[in-house]
Write a protein that binds this ligand. Structure first.
Ligand code: ZN
Ligand code: ZN
Length: 443
C-alpha cells in the first residue's frame, strides 16, 4: 500500500471507530463541560486560573498522560471592577459596556466628558495631535463576518491599538464598538495595550446595538457627552503557569509533536469556545491517535496560561524549552465548529508528509488550503524560534465572533457533533505526524 492509500485507510478506520463510539469519544466533551462547570471563568493570574491548573493536572493524570507538570510564571493581570456607561447628551441612554483588559480606572464618580465619534481607526489616526485633550474618543470600525476569521486581524486593531492612539492624542478615555459580529447587548472584552511612554486611560467596549445608537446620534451632528465608570485595573505579580503533559512515544530520539490550547479565559463567561473546547479537542485527539498502537513520537500537550492578556504562557514555554528540539507545533483556539480547511507550513522535504495528511483529510471534507499556517498564539514563539513545521486545522469561524469574549461564551454553544469532528481530524493528523520518522520542519 502506498502512503496515500495508507492514510486514506487510516482515516476510514478512525471514522468507523468513531461511529461505534469508542471510549475516547466523550473526552473532548467531558473536558469542556467539566472545566467550564467545575471551575468556570479562568482569568489570567487569578485564583480561578490556579484552580484550573490543579484541575488540569488531575484530569490529565486520570486520562493516562505522563510527565505532567505545572511551569509557573508571574504576570501583570487585569482585575475587573464596577463598569457602567451613560450617554448623557443629547439623549440619555444607559449603555452596555465592559472594560478592556489593561484599562486604567476612572476617578471616583466616573469620568464625564464630550464623546467624539470616529467611524474608523484610520479616522482616529488622522485626528490632529492634542485635538482630543479632555475628551473621550469613540471608535466605531464595524467588523465583518468571515468563515476563516480573517477579519479579526484588521478590525481587532481598533481594540488592540485604538485606545493607545487615542491616549497619545490626549484623550481622557476611549470607548470602542465591540469587536464582534452579533447584535446582542453583550459587550466583548479583550486586552488592549499602551505605547511606550503613553499612560493608560479608561478604555471600554460597548455592545454593537449601543455602538449603532452612538453612530446614529453622531450623524445628527448634535454634541454628545458620556459618563464612564470603569473601575477595573492592572495588577502586577499575579501567579500564572502552563500545564504540560505527554503521551510518550516509542522512540525517544524523535522530537515531540507539540499541541496547544489555552487554559485561561476572560472573566465574563466560562470560556467554553475560548478555549476550553480547544483543550478538550487536542487532548482527546492525542489519546485517540494512540489507540492504533503507541506512536513513535511523543505527543506533548500544552494547556497554556495567560494567553488572553498577552500570550505570556506561550512566551514562558518558548523560554523554558528553548534548548529542546520539537517536531512540529499545532494549536486549537478558534471554538469548536467543524474543521473545513487545512493549511501547512512545512519544508519542501516534507512534501510527501504534507500530501499524506491532505489525502487523509479529504474524505472528511477538509480541503487543503495552502501554505499559510501560522500555528496559533501559544505556539507562536517556539515556532518562530525553531522554525517548526506547522499545520493549522481551520475551524469554521462564521459564528465565533458572536460569542467571543462575551458573557455568552458558554457550554450550550458547543455542538457535540462538530466538536467530535474536530477530534477525528486532529487524531488523523497526529497519527500521521506521530509515526513520521523523518525530520519535520517549517519552510
Ligand atoms: Zn483564545
Ligand atoms: Zn480569547
Amino acid at each position: 500500500m502506498n502512503n496515500t492509500l495508507r492514510a486514506a485507510a487510516l482515516s476510514a478506520l478512525l471514522l468507523s471507530t468513531a461511529a461505534t463510539s469508542g471510549p475516547a469519544d466523550q473526552v473532548a466533551w467531558d473536558i469542556t463541560a467539566d472545566l467550564t462547570t467545575e471551575i468556570g471563568s479562568r482569568p489570567a493570574g487569578s485564583a480561578q486560573e490556579a484552580k484550573a491548573r490543579q484541575w488540569a493536572t488531575a484530569r490529565l493524570a486520570a486520562l493516562g498522560f505522563k510527565n505532567i507538570r505545572i511551569e509557573p510564571f508571574t504576570v501583570t493581570g487585569f482585575v475587573r471592577g464596577a463598569e457602567t456607561a451613560m450617554l448623557t447628551a443629547p439623549y440619555p441612554h444607559k449603555l452596555h459596556i465592559t472594560a478592556l483588559g489593561y484599562s486604567a480606572p476612572t476617578p471616583a464618580g466616573g469620568l464625564s466628558a464630550e464623546l467624539v465619534y470616529f467611524p474608523t481607526l484610520d479616522a482616529l489616526k488622522a485626528a490632529p495631535q492634542g485635538s482630543l485633550t479632555g475628551k473621550i474618543a469613540f471608535i466605531d470600525h464595524a467588523m465583518t463576518r468571515t468563515q476563516d476569521g480573517s477579519a479579526y486581524g484588521p478590525f481587532g486593531q481598533a481594540r488592540r491599538q485604538g485606545p493607545g492612539i487615542a491616549a497619545s492624542k490626549g484623550a481622557a478615555g476611549v470607548v470602542i464598538r465591540s469587536i464582534g459580529t452579533d447584535m446582542h447587548r453583550n459587550p466583548h472584552t479583550g486586552a488592549t495595550s499602551w505605547p511606550e511612554g503613553t499612560a493608560a486611560i479608561p478604555a471600554g467596549a460597548v455592545s454593537l446595538p449601543d455602538a449603532e445608537l452612538i453612530a446614529r446620534v453622531a450623524r445628527s451632528g448634535k454634541p454628545m457627552a458620556i459618563n464612564l465608570v470603569l473601575e477595573g485595573k492592572a495588577q502586577p505579580n499575579m501567579p500564572s503557569g502552563n500545564v504540560i503533559a505527554e503521551l510518550p512515544g516509542s522512540d525517544p530520539a524523535l522530537p515531540p509533536i507539540l499541541i496547544a490550547c489555552h487554559l485561561d479565559s476572560w472573566d465574563l463567561a466560562t470560556g467554553a469556545f475560548d478555549d476550553a473546547a480547544g483543550c478538550g479537542i487536542i487532548t482527546a485527539a492525542a489519546l485517540r491517535a494512540n489507540e492504533g498502537g503507541q506512536l513513535r513520537r511523543t505527543i506533548r500537550v500544552l494547556w497554556a496560561g495567560s494567553e488572553e492578556i498577552g500570550v505570556f504562557g506561550g512566551a514562558a514555554y518558548a523560554k523554558a524549552h528553548a534548548g529542546e528540539p520539537h517536531g512540529a507545533a499545532m494549536e486549537s483556539d478558534f471554538g469548536a465548529d467543524r474543521i473545513w480547511r487545512v493549511q501547512f507550513n512545512l519544508a519542501e522535504a516534507n512534501k510527501p508528509l504534507r500530501d499524506r495528511i491532505a489525502a487523509a483529510l479529504a474524505p472528511l471534507g477538509v480541503a487543503a488550503g495552502g501554505d499559510k499556517a501560522s500555528g496559533g498564539a501559544d505556539v507562536g514563539a517556539i515556532i518562530a524560534a525553531q522554525k517548526l513545521g506547522v499545520i493549522d486545522l481551520e475551524q469554521d469561524g462564521t459564528r465565533y465572533f458572536d460569542f467571543h469574549h462575551t458573557p455568552d461564551d458558554t457550554l450550550d454553544k458547543i455542538d457535540p457533533a462538530q466538536l467530535q469532528q474536530n477530534v477525528m481530524v486532529w487524531a488523523i493528523v497526529l497519527r500521521i505526524l506521530g509515526m513520521e520518522t523523518g525530520a519535520i520542519s517549517g519552510s
